[in-house]
Design a protein. Sequence first.
Length: 85
Amino acid sequence: MPLHRMGMDSMTRFVPVYKGLDSIQLEIFTTWGEKIYQEKGATIVGWNGEVKDLETENGNYYYKITATTFYGGVITEKGPLVLLK
């Protein structure tokens, strides 16, 4: 059961767009596997391309999304993310 879509919204945030999920967790990693962003909840605002209130560099990052459906099923989606400003 894939997520509906992912992309940048009008506020330039990387955020999953979804329906029918009870909770969702978004994690962003550097190329070397260092976790630089994490957010969890029933609704999330997404990653704005900053780490500790500083803009990150253009480059390759990875995302991992773990979500729980209303029926208790767990969905995991992960993949590359290219950040260009």
